[in-house]
Design a protein around this ligand. Structure first.
Ligand code: TXA
Ligand code: MG
Length: 383
């Protein structure tokens, strides 16, 4: 079903209210509007209208068992979508909202059940971005909005990314420029005995621990197999993935350059065309290799890395390579979120840089080639 997608350019700090009002009317009429938040672009629909919510799943090709986040204008609107509100939710809201924290609570009647994939819980957040805020205020509705990408693709951090995936399938895109944080919100489940981290994101775990000393943080990225109901829906292994296969490299950094050189040599012998995704500081090790290198930003600045991460993952499909070796980034701040996204972009394919050459041989022999669509421009593949 094709439609004409209208693109409205808006000021990200002080959006024109008349423009936002047009988008708000579209939301009220059951249509889909993509809009910037401080994390990534969201694909919004009226959270009280199950038909509109159904369209989100259809347009994104998202499985119906993967619930959506409901956005509200302020913490005082929380009662419209969740009930009861535990005291800890109030404390977290006071400290982190508006902002990149999503709370999973009990769903209030009135919220379309398909928002929560039929579960009795609901994920809620108050976004900080002026455009998102104005849209929520002027529509006076809770807005269900997953990231505005095709299912399993990297989340969109610009209006261009949204159009590449969903152009011709949604009604309006509010173009407010690049989103400032670049990775999605942190998702916290408050419906269990202890608060549980479901997804690392824009609010670092260290900050949450100040209020939640008993926070449960899974040691490894949570992986859920397709079609298996689980406590953390949406934690599928393949997520945020470019079309070209990615292999994540972990281990001691000093060993990485020698390892990468060996791997590139081996892959070339196998007739493959490898590319690299590495932090800025590492680029100089590979300039003489003649491989395509995409840089992620300065390794020590997780905020800067997060900002460009998804754009860089999308770029990998346009390098003319058939496999990407990506160096893992770990550390405080947004490091946990970045490492989680890289792991899923790699669909769990992880190599330790201490592995032996014979192991490498075997590993790459098993590594898949890109999906067929890779040779087709992303736009027509999506449309
Ligand atoms: O930053 C963000 O969170 C962005 C912007 C647009 O707000 N939204 C976003 O939505 O990333 P989405 O749908 O791509 O990711 C929502 C995550 C999924 O992993 C989903 O499974 C989880 O939140 N989630 C939503 N409702 C849930 C619920 N009731 N229980 C457990 N997890 C839930
Ligand atoms: Mg998403």
């Amino acid at each position: 079903m094709r439609t004409v997608t209208r693109i409205f350019t808006v000021n990200s700090r002080a959006p024109d209210r008349a423009t936002i009002a047009v988008a708000a009317e579209a939301i009220a009429a059951g249509r889909l509007v993509a809009f910037p938040t401080e994390t990534v672009y969201g694909l919004g629909a009226n959270a009280l209208d199950s038909h509109a919510v159904d369209r989100i799943f259809a347009v994104k090709q998202r499985p119906f068992n993967d619930p959506l986040i409901v956005h509200v204008a302020s913490a005082t609107q929380l009662m419209r979508v969740a009930h009861p509100i535990p005291e800890v939710a109030r404390l977290l809201a006071e400290r982190f909202w508006p902002g990149a924290l999503t709370l999973v609570l009990r769903r209030a009647p009135g919220v379309a059940p398909n928002v929560s994939a039929g579960m009795d819980t609901v994920a809620v957040r108050v976004p900080a971005h002026a455009v998102a805020h104005a849209l929520l205020e002027l529509s006076d509705l809770p807005i269900a909005a997953p990231s505005a990408n095709l299912f399993s693709r990297p989340s969109p951090t610009t209006a261009r990314h949204v159009l590449d995936d969903l152009g011709g399938r949604i009604d309006i895109v509010l173009d407010g420029g690049a989103t400032p944080i670049g990775v999605e919100s942190t998702v916290l489940d408050l419906t269990q005995d202890r608060p549980l981290l479901l997804r690392p994101g824009g609010v670092p775990v260290e900050d949450l621990r100040e209020l939640l000393p008993d926070l449960l943080v899974p040691a490894l990225p949570t992986v859920v197999k397709e079609n298996v109901p689980a406590a953390a829906p949406g934690s599928l292994l393949k997520h945020y993935a470019p079309r070209v296969p990615v292999v994540l490299l972990r281990g001691e950094l000093p060993q990485a350059p020698a390892f990468v050189r060996r791997a590139v040599e081996l892959l070339r012998k196998q007739g493959r065309r490898p590319g690299l995704l590495v932090p800025d500081e590492e680029v100089s090790h590979y300039t003489d290799l003649g491989v395509a290198v995409v840089t992620l930003g300065p390794a020590g600045d997780s905020g800067a890395l997060a900002k460009v991460l998804f754009a860089r993952l999308r770029e990998l499909d346009h390098l003319g390579v058939d496999l990407v070796l990506a160096q893992d980034v770990q550390g405080p701040g947004l490091g946990l979120a970045i490492s989680d996204r890289l792991f899923r972009a790699a669909e769990g394919r992880v190599l330790n840089v201490a592995e032996s050459p014979s192991f490498l041989d075997e590993f790459f022999a098993r590594c898949p080639y890109p999906e067929r669509e890779m040779s087709v421009p992303a736009r027509s593949a999506a449309g």
